[in-house]
Design a protein around this ligand. Structure first.
Ligand code: NAP
Length: 313
């Protein structure tokens, strides 16, 4: 039997607690052996350290780390972990810039460890069936609507509105991780408009017009100021009907009818991510798709920027 992968979790904030801790507990390939965070304290009896250097100095046996910090500080921690010969799971987005993610991928290859750029939304229930259904369809147009209330979902997370925090593209990149997985052709930024609050460094809303390689338009509407019902929907019109992926990829329907439950091994996004991480570690490979990050970077290159009302929590 293969020994469990000894894992340390770094950056004990919302996603580490809501999703990583329960997923690690439920996936037998991993043993959580330490946590690392500047604030807070230990999880039960587990060793707890304020930063990665203290973890390294402690001599606790580690095979892998999962990094749940904001993107702006992730590269330096990942580079330090790879130096140790540890496998690295990066929360999404995998970095604050494209070049730093490529540098990490190359460093991991040279050190012969696995790097995982995770995209949790790709593990939502409807995504693989949507990809299979769209594979041989002609896409006429698509819309992506990701409108949520930042005060509800990211309360007080100032990093999200700082430079490199992505603003509304923090959830928006989840939509792009799904779109780049399910659509049969590559997509490119054609037009973009970004709304930047007067007192912040990252956008609160954006409208992006993509084209796919066949010329089909894909319109994306992102907004962090949504009150009332929240929307995380992708609608794809094809030559053979309309596919709707709602609730962030969880719910698939074709022409308004709910698709059959695909069954299989899908039991939540984060257990799926950890099973994938274990598989790439065991196989001695990396999984680093920068496609969604590239589309966000291209949006920032291409966008007209509007200054809008200041945002306060
Ligand atoms: P969060 O609640 O703010 O947690 C991030 C943690 O990272 C903080 O608790 C903080 O812990 C640590 N940290 C280290 N350096 C930091 C710095 N310079 N500034 C701020 N925090 C720092 O954020 P989160 O919602 O968990 O998101 C973290 C990552 O997960 C993001 O990339 C996000 O896109 C991704 N994610 C979030 C969600 C979600 O629903 N929230 C869902 C999926 C993915 P210490 O202060 O103790 O070090």
């Amino acid at each position: 039997m293969t020994a469990p992968i000894r894992l340390a979790l770094i950056g004990m904030g919302k996603i580490a607690r809501d999703q990583h801790l329960p997923a690690i507990a439920g996936v037998s390939s991993f043993d959580l052996v330490a946590t690392v965070s500047r604030h807070g304290g230990p999880e039960g009896d587990l060793p707890f350290f304020p930063d990665i250097d203290a973890l390294i100095d402690s001599g606790v046996g580690i095979d892998a780390v999962a990094l749940c910090t904001p993107p702006q500080v992730r590269r330096a921690i990942a580079a330090r972990a790879i130096e140790q010969g540890w496998h690295v799971f990066l929360e999404k987005p995998p970095g604050a810039t494209l070049a730093e993610v490529i540098a990490l991928r190359d460093q991991a290859a040279a050190r012969e460890v696995s790097l995982f750029a995770s995209w949790h939304s790709r593990y939502a229930q409807g995504v693989e069936p949507a990809r299979a259904w769209l594979a041989d369809r002609a896409v006429r147009r698509a819309t992506i609507t990701w409108r949520e209330d930042v005060r509800h979902w990211h309360p007080g997370q100032d990093w999200i509105f700082e430079a490199g925090g992505f603003g509304v593209f923090d959830p928006g990149i989840n939509a792009l991780s799904i779109a780049t997985r399910i659509l049969p052709h590559p997509m490119f930024v054609d037009t973009a408009e970004i709304d930047l609050p007067a007192n912040r460094a990252a956008p609160i809303a954006a409208r992006v017009g993509f084209l796919d390689a066949t010329g089909a338009p894909i319109a994306m509407d992102l907004d962090f100021r949504q009150e009332g019902p929240q929307s995380w929907d992708i609608v794809v019109e094809t030559d053979a009907g309309t596919l709707t992926l709602a609730r962030g990829g969880a719910e698939l329907s074709i022409d308004g009818g709910t698709a059959a439950d695909p069954g299989g091994e899908l039991h939540g996004e984060y257990p799926g991510l950890y099973r994938r991480f274990a598989a790439i570690v065991r196989a001695g490979v990396s999984d680093v798709d920068v496609g969604p990050l590239r589309l966000v970077a291209d949006t920032f290159l291409r966008a007209r920027i509007n200054t809008v009302a200041a945002f306060e929590w």
